[in-house]
Design a protein around this ligand. Structure first.
Ligand SMILES: [Ca+2]
Ligand SMILES: [Zn+2]
Length: 307
């Protein structure tokens, strides 16, 4: 469901102001009909360090959940209790000319019954039967219509969908904003160093547990892969859109040396933003695919495949 500004005019009205607000300003209690004025006045006093558009400044969507305290509480208040059965994507137009900004309301995790939401098969997370710790908060409902929604300058919702159940809609997606923010920061770092990055291809983003488990022990997937938590992506830079990693180091070959260029950007971004620290693994080309790099935001540093 994509709703227009006319229906959610209050959010649209504040969106221009909200974009400049810090998370602390947004976390301040706001109520009543003067919300627009209140936000506008706070916007002028705000320090633009961590805006709605993330550390990268390139996020074009934020995930709104009743269980997620903090940064965008005011939006949650405007939407009401978004976890009580109104999942959807609410798009506010014209924050940036030509670029819509979306607020994504999650379907609660409890909507999954017997491993499914509707006809979409998701499966069961490792340890799910024993504990709720570490489980996703909920799912983004991705429809044929909203799949192309931009979550940031370079990525759309559909880029992160599990690659199965092609004909089943809606599909359900777990996606962490911090992953998108980190990928955009890596792209910015690459560009800063003279690498042209128009397009980054996501080979694998979210993997439902039932899909992930099929590759455990064969394709080297981990049973507890971060891909199941929406905070991991296997990517390659593909600005020429030939379906393979670009020759980033311009040595005439496409190989691990090119993925190492991306890894160097990941290292710099993790040094600058310790809260985005996570895993990075290099994968060489095989007959099935070119070289790629796994990036995640698991919260502690992990490296593999570097030799
Ligand atoms: Ca190369
Ligand atoms: Zn991976």
């Amino acid at each position: 469901m994509v709703l227009s500004c006319s229906r959610f005019h209050q959010v649209c009205a504040i969106a221009g102001a909200a974009i400049a607000l810090t998370s602390s300003a947004l976390a301040a209690p706001v109520a009543g009909p003067d919300v627009t004025a209140a936000l506008a006045s706070r916007a002028t006093a705000a320090i633009p360090t961590d805006t709605l558009q993330g550390k990268s400044g390139k996020l074009l969507a934020r995930i709104v959940s009743g269980q997620r305290a903090g940064g965008i509480r005011v939006l949650r208040e405007l939407f009401g209790d978004t976890t009580s059965g109104r999942p959807g994507i609410y798009t506010a137009s014209s924050l940036t000319p030509g670029r819509a900004f979306s607020f994504i309301s999650l379907l609660p995790f409890s909507a999954k019954r017997a491993g499914r939401v509707g006809p979409y098969f998701i499966g069961t997370w490792p340890r799910e039967r024993r504990t709720t710790a570490g489980l996703p908060e909920g799912f983004i409902e991705v429809t044929k219509d909203n799949q192309h929604t931009l979550v940031s300058e370079h990525f759309r919702l559909r880029d992160f969908l599990t690659h199965d159940q092609q004909s089943v809609w809606p599909k359900y997606l777990v996606l962490e904003e911090r992953l998108i923010d980190k990928l955009e920061l890596v792209i910015s770092d690459l560009e800063l160093r003279g690498h042209h990055v128009d397009h980054v291809s996501v080979m694998s983003g979210f993997r439902t547990p039932q899909y992930n488990v099929k590759g455990v022990g064969r394709g080297g997937r981990a049973l507890d892969s971060r891909h199941q938590y929406g905070d991991a992506a296997d990517i390659f830079v593909d600005s020429d859109r030939n379906g393979q990693m670009d020759d980033l180091n311009r040595d005439g070959r496409v190989d691990a040396r090119d993925t190492k260029i991306v890894l160097q950007s990941v290292e710099r971004i993790e040094q600058q933003h310790p809260d985005l620290v996570g895993g990075a693994g290099l994968y060489p080309a095989t007959r099935a695919h070119g070289p790629f790099i796994h990036v995640d935001v698991r919260g502690h540093k992990a490296r593999w495949g570097l030799s």
